[in-house]
Design a protein around this ligand. Structure first.
Ligand SMILES: Nc1ncnc2c1ncn2[C@@H]1O[C@H](COP(=O)(O)OP(=O)(O)OP(=O)(O)O)[C@@H](O)[C@H]1O
Length: 245
């Protein structure tokens, strides 16, 4: 049960605009699901609803580990169950790298300072940031900051990790280092939903690819089923649709 996500008839309105039009989705523990689709298709909204960052319609149901997601519950509680990595790194600039990673366990679990520091250093080593633990976020490159953000997302030992276009704010030369960390998490038992335009990552790492358009899941299947072979015209058409949207 741990790490499962069950979504039934997920509907989300922004005013009169229906951003999600009845999403049904079952995700197994440890599955890596990449969500792709044109800009504005509802990808971010979908994972923000799972993380309770967005309200959704009363008839909709989201369960994480069998427990209903109730919008508006305290964010601290959410962090304990679901880790999230955003497009921007959202690190606290006045805290050191280590302190950024220590914050949630200290605040939510009351972990002692010493224990939280040991755990933070272990996680920073996991993402290859050991040398920068005492620095402040502004002293790190974008790729390094995003790796710290991943360490921070792991700090509450979540069963579910959500990624919202984690590489799209990065300089191209830093994309690989962040994708490498994400690849290293795949297959470790943590369930991952990754909103991404990185088709190479989706092909290589995803157990399943979901293609969204206009608030609906249009296609779901293995990377080959949804993306086809790289040379297929269908993939080229899809990519140009995504890039030109
Ligand atoms: N806070 C908001 N208020 C009003 N409309 C919103 C809000 N957030 C998103 N939307 C609209 O909902 C739709 C889905 O947005 P969403 O951010 O989920 O798309 P997306 O697929 O993640 O796009 P992108 O790839 O550009 O990030 C879009 O039409 C967007 O304009």
């Amino acid at each position: 049960m741990s790490g499962t996500i069950s979504i039934r008839n997920l509907r989300k309105y922004y005013g009169a605009y229906e951003a999600l039009r009845g999403i049904d989705l079952e995700i197994e523990r440890g599955e890596v699901v990449c969500v792709i689709g044109p800009s504005g298709s509802g990808k971010s909204t979908l994972i923000r609803c799972i993380n309770r960052l967005e309200d959704f319609e009363a008839e909709s149901e989201i369960r994480v580990d069998g427990t209903p997601v109730i919008p508006g519950r305290s964010l601290a509680k959410v962090r304990a169950e679901v880790g999230m990595v955003f497009q921007g790194f959202n690190l606290f600039p006045h805290l050191s790298v280590r302190e950024n990673v220590m914050l949630a366990p200290r605040r939510v679990r009351g972990t002692t300072r010493a224990e939280a520091a040991v755990q933070a250093d272990r996680l920073l080593a996991r993402v290859g940031i050991t040398e920068q633990a005492d620095k402040y976020p502004e002293h790190l490159s974008g790729g390094q900051q995003q790796r710290v953000a991943i360490a921070r997302a792991l700090a509450m030992e979540p069963q579910v990790l959500l990624f919202d276009e984690p590489t799209s704010a990065l300089d191209p030369e830093m994309v690989g280092e962040v994708l490498d960390v994400m690849k290293s998490l795949a297959g470790t038992g943590v369930t991952m939903i990754v909103v991404t335009h990185e088709m190479g990552f989706a092909r290589q790492v995803a157990d399943r690819v979901i293609f969204m358009d206009a608030g609906e899941i249009i296609e779901t299947g293995s990377p080959e089923q949804v993306l086809g072979q790289p040379q297929e015209a269908r993939t080229r058409n899809f990519l140009s649709a995504v890039l030109n949207h």
